[in-house]
Write a protein that binds this ligand. Structure first.
Ligand code: FAD
Ligand code: FES
Length: 344
């Protein structure tokens, strides 16, 4: 059998004693997080810019040289994206690690087998992957999935809990003309094995907070908030915590998730599902007797002034995330109570 030898390089953090090892096929950010070093990041897919570091010495190759988060000024200043940079040899980088970026569950790379696909709506499917062994994650975290024939991995949040038979579930919305979701929906079959890297993400359930929880999600953002609700239900120390899950779509056919919450003990008493659609006329085939408007407006209508007393988790497309952020600022919700990983 042929064995591929992967070189490992030393990455030193300028101005500190800290250093770690990075495999030539790994990225500097992900290797740092695997080593328990809290390098700042958010999306992990080249879009947010939070992972910018300065290359003091050594050379790297970018997995995605056109990544939108890196501008010409960055390049001129010797900055690179930690989430996209593979080392070509030993390197020294300038970064500002922080303890808040260290994951309680260090990310790992592994293969997993697709064992089940379930339709949730006309364009959202749940994909269940079987791992060889349990890999821990916190409710609300995400992983990177590499699809065959697609450049770069894509980020997807787990919707279940890590106690679920060594399986990771993802609820994925097909993006029109999307390379990754096109490959997953059309070409990946039951029994196929994919490379997964995770867990990542900072919008995980704060299980030590006694506050009630408001989860606000739109479209592709359902998975992490379902995982958070399930995490609360499974944690006896959070028995007194209520969870309101607000979920927005364009039309009636976009709404799903109520059955997932109904399965939790205490549905209607501690766990509440509040759906809303923004374009009732977009789907004449399905009647809608529920709320019409935007999901952030519904959260404010239901929780009113008590919103600022909640722990808030939100996930979804950029426009929705901006509207939620603006509303939370207007309502003076303390920043420390707000948790999200922007979706791109
Ligand atoms: C933290 C996070 C969590 C997410 N969770 C979910 C979820 O639970 N469910 C869900 O449906 N969606 C989720 N998304 C969105 C998802 O990752 C994809 O952006 C979406 O599915 C569209 O992918 P696509 O390949 O079909 O579309 P495309 O338009 O082909 O690609 C979209 C994204 O892929 C990345 N990308 C594109 N080209 C490259 C390249 N050459 N190299 C590297 N990266 C590239 C970019 O980030 C781009 O925005 C999440 C995103 C993030 C950042
Ligand atoms: S661009 Fe690297 S973490 Fe977002």
């Amino acid at each position: 059998m042929e064995t591929t030898i992967v070189a490992h390089y030393k990455i030193a953090l300028a101005g500190s004693e800290q250093q770690f090892t990075c495999a030539e096929d790994d990225t500097i950010l992900r290797a740092a997080l695997r080593a328990g070093i809290g390098m700042p990041y958010e999306c992990n897919v080249g879009s947010c810019g939070t992972c910018k570091i300065e290359l003091v010495s050594g050379e790297v190759t970018s997995n995605w040289p056109q990544a939108p988060a890196l501008g010409e000024r960055d390049i001129a200043r010797g900055r690179v994206l930690g989430c996209q940079s593979r080392p070509n040899g030993d390197c020294t980088v300038k970064a500002r690690p922080g303890p808040q970026y260290v994951s309680a569950c260090p990310p790992q790379r592994f293969a997993a087998t697709l064992i089940e696909v379930r339709e949730l709506t006309h364009d959202i499917r749940q994909f269940r992957f079987q791992l060889a062994e349990v890999v821990n994650f916190l409710p609300g975290q995400y992983a990177l999935l590499q699809f065959p024939g697609v450049d770069g991995p894509r980020a997807y949040s787990m919707s279940n809990l890590d106690t679920d038979h060594a399986c990771w579930d993802f609820q994925i919305k097909r993006t029109p003309d999307g390379a990754g979701t096109g490959a997953l929906f059309d070409r990946v079959k039951i029994g196929d094995s994919l490379q997964i890297d995770g867990p990542y993400g900072l919008a995980y359930l704060r299980s030590d907070s006694p506050r009630d929880i408001a989860c606000i999600a739109g479209g592709s953002g359902l998975a992490p908030v379902v995982s958070i609700a399930r995490g609360v239900a499974a944690n006896p120390a959070m028995d007194g915590v209520k969870v309101h899950l607000f979920y927005g779509g364009r039309a009636a056919r976009d709404i799903c998730g109520e059955d997932l919450l109904q399965a939790l003990p205490g549905y209607g008493e501690r766990f509440f599902f509040h759906p809303i659609i923004s374009m009732p006329d977009a789907d004449s085939a399905q009647q809608w007797a529920g709320k019409v408007g935007y999901v952030h407006e519904l959260a404010l209508e239901v929780l009113g002034a008590t919103l600022a007393e909640h722990e808030i988790y939100f996930a979804g497309p950029p426009l929705m995330a901006q509207a939620v952020q603006k509303m939370l600022m207007q309502e003076k919700v303390p920043g420390g109570q707000v948790h999200y990983d922007a979706f791109y």
